[in-house]
Design a binder for this molecule. Structure first.
Ligand SMILES: NC(=O)c1ccc[n+]([C@@H]2O[C@H](COP(=O)([O-])OP(=O)(O)OC[C@H]3O[C@@H](n4cnc5c(N)ncnc54)[C@H](O)[C@@H]3O)[C@@H](O)[C@H]2O)c1
Length: 307
């Protein structure tokens, strides 16, 4: 039996981190590719040399080409530019759309059965671009957003209450941008709704911090954006796909009328398995939550319309 093959395009901060996490968890063999000569080769070899200590038999190959990516089961696309302080994710669109088009043209024909995970920002828009460019069915395109945004929301809830991070579950819907919709009503600590454990003003403060979670890191780093939590989030998505776990995770997926939105990649709860998005889950929303989700969808659509 062959191990799953996972390609990571872009060997920068996010790409290298996700490659390392995938190898650590032995989810499959990894091909790391980037346009900068030597960087993917050097990082891949460095990671491989950690294998004897970490006890992982994942093979990690670094390359500047695409031949080695052929027959991948999952392709994680992180290539492109990241935010600097003062920039929104949407400010990246004109540069990154060209990168995504060129990358998808290379990877899609070589791995016609792969699931594509779009990480490059703005990720909902990039998922739509990859959908058009690849000719893949919509279920095999998924964008990163909600898993990371929810992880941030969960972290701040755990910090506020002084409880274990793993006991907190939370949901963030909508586009991966400032209009994302953290759903406090669907957030729990070991099954206890968070509004039984903290005041509304504390919840509002945490929701706001989660919305600004990416910018908070950018403002600290100054030269780039977050990569450890994004890397962990992507790894969770990859794991659910290669192990066909059917986890329910908030991801950017193509909606066809769910939540009153059509023909758009938007953050919604999905079941992730070998076929990518096995199902979009529709949950009941209040009028206010639905309005917030529609505002977020309008934001994604307006960036798409500029292209
Ligand atoms: N969706 C999310 O939740 C999320 C989270 C974190 C980062 N991101 C996004 O991921 C992207 C990468 O972030 P990063 O911190 O790794 O940036 P980075 O600058 O560290 O790495 C980007 C890499 O892409 C490479 N690259 C550029 N053009 C390429 C091409 N045509 N083909 C192959 N490689 C190419 C660069 O050489 C570089 O190594 C950014 O757009 C960032 O905004 C998204």
């Amino acid at each position: 039996m062959q191990r799953p093959k996972i390609t990571v395009v872009g060997a920068g901060n996010v790409g290298a981190t996700v490659a390392q996490y995938i190898a650590l968890k032995e989810l499959g063999d990894v091909v790391l590719t980037d346009i900068v000569e030597g960087v993917p080769q050097g990082k891949a070899l460095d990671m491989q040399e950690a294998a004897p200590i970490q006890g992982s038999d994942s093979r990690i190959t670094g390359t500047n080409g695409y031949e080695e990516t052929a027959g991948s089961d999952v392709i994680v696309i992180t290539a492109g530019i990241a935010r600097k302080p003062g920039m929104s994710r949407d400010d990246l669109v004109s540069t990154n759309v060209k990168v995504i088009r060129s990358v998808v043209k290379e990877v899609a024909p070589r791995s016609p059965d792969a699931v594509l995970i779009l990480v490059t920002n703005p990720s909902d828009v990039m998922a739509q671009v990859a959908f058009r460019e690849s000719g893949f069915p919509a279920n095999r395109i998924v964008g990163l957003g909600g898993v990371l945004d929810s992880a941030r929301f969960r972290t701040f809830i755990a910090m506020e209450l002084g409880v274990s991070y793993e006991d907190v579950s939370a949901f963030v819907l909508g586009g991966h941008g400032d209009d994302m919709v953290p759903l406090a009503r669907y957030s729990y600590v070991s099954g206890i709704p968070i509004d039984k454990l903290m005041s509304q003003s504390a919840i509002d403060r945490i929701v706001q911090r989660a919305r600004q979670g990416g910018a908070e890191i950018v403002n600290f780093l100054k030269t780039g954006s977050a990569y450890y939590a994004p890397g962990a989030s992507i790894t969770q998505m990859v794991e659910s796909i290669v192990k066909d776990k059917h986890r329910i995770l908030p991801c950017s997926a193509y909606v066809t009328g769910q939540y009153g939105v059509s023909d758009l990649f938007l953050g919604v709860p999905v079941m992730l398995g070998t076929h990518g998005v096995e199902k979009v889950i529709e949950i009941e929303l209040t009028a206010a939550e639905k309005a917030a989700l529609h505002k977020s969808a309008d934001g994604v659509r307006s960036v798409l319309n500029q292209l």
